[in-house]
Design a protein around this ligand. Structure first.
Ligand code: GRG
Length: 294
């Protein structure tokens, strides 16, 4: 059996996660219509879905099924969508364009967008905790740590604190590790948890996710400088305009490209160590993140 191309794997994952998310959102009764609409707008119909793809890939790699990892993949995508909604708010990054369409607050107003983000964050843990896979307590703890004060939210606070100041490489790397890296690393970790993998594999999954996260973020910093709005689906050039701490600002373009390639190579080594029928998809996932254009 030959491995599917990464494009086919991601397209299949997009269809799968869309159905899983929609089902979980629509079965909740009694949600005020404007809130339901804003939550669906934020989480359905867009995005690369590579975090869900990581959960799914690592789960399959270690012997689990789509049915067993669906709740974890939905939870990660809900947290990610909430972070984008809040990040776009005027009090944060202030962006009116996301995934190639108006940001949630432009469409629904600031208050509704803020509340839709809150509700998606809460829903993520409802979905994860109600899932029937026996290991959901460990999954809930891992996701909470990645998303919270010492994870994504903490990273956003570091980002705000560094903006407008001269930052060192270590400051930027720490901020990235929390703000973006933690959710990517936990996506891989959740795949291992759901599959019931041992502590060794779980640690390797985290390491794989961390390298992918560093590669992803370096490419993100590069795209902000080099891509246009149509390709990016959001507003480019914002990092420099807002005097944001980025790898490009502290290392320059060429060294940031090298950094992304080095992290990609680390991630490839781990995929090779795991081996087996999912190695080709794992390797292609690395290249997809390194060479992405949006
Ligand atoms: C809690 C009020 C409040 C705000 C928090 C948590 C937060 C705001 C921000 C988190 C930081 C954040 C949004 C980082 C962005 C990381 C990033 C580059 C996201 C884009 O991810 P992609 O490229 O997007 O995977 P798609 O659209 O493909 O899903």
């Amino acid at each position: 059996m030959s491995a599917p191309s990464i494009e086919a794997w991601l397209a299949d994952t997009q269809g799968w996660i869309e159905r899983e998310l929609e089902g979980r959102l629509r079965r909740t009764q009694g949600v005020p219509p404007v809130l339901a609409e804003a939550m669906e707008y934020a989480v359905l119909g867009g995005g690369k879905r590579f975090r869900a793809a990581l959960v799914r890939l690592v789960a399959r790699w270690h012997g689990s099924s789509d049915a067993d990892c669906a709740a974890a993949a939905c939870a990660v995508e809900m947290i990610h969508a909430y972070s984008l909604v809040h990040d776009d708010l005027p009090c944060m990054d202030d962006d009116d364009w996301r995934r190639g369409r108006p940001s949630c607050h432009v469409k629904f107003g600031e208050a509704n967008a803020l509340l839709a983000g809150d509700a998606l964050l809460t829903k993520a843990f409802e979905v994860l905790a109600e899932s029937e896979t026996a290991r959901n307590a460990a999954a809930v703890v891992a996701l909470a740590r990645a998303a919270g004060d010492a994870g994504m939210v903490g990273g956003q606070v570091l980002d705000l604190g560094l903006s407008g100041h001269s930052a060192r490489r270590g400051d930027v790397e720490r901020m990235h590790a929390l703000k973006t890296g933690a959710l990517i690393a936990v996506s891989a970790e959740l795949g291992a948890i759901v599959a019931g993998a041992g502590a060794g594999v779980r640690a390797e999954a985290i390491e794989w996710g961390r390298s992918l996260g560093r590669c992803f973020q370096a490419v993100d910093d590069l795209l902000d400088v080099t891509a246009d709005k149509a390709a990016l689906g959001k507003t480019p050039g914002k990092d420099a305009a807002q005097d944001k701490p980025t790898l490009v600002a502290v290392l320059g373009l060429e060294a940031t490209r090298l950094y992304a390639e080095e992290e990609a190579e680390r991630a490839r080594q781990l995929a090779r160590r795991w081996g087996g029928p999912f190695e080709p998809t794992g390797l292609q996932m690395v290249d997809f993140l390194l060479h992405r254009r949006s």
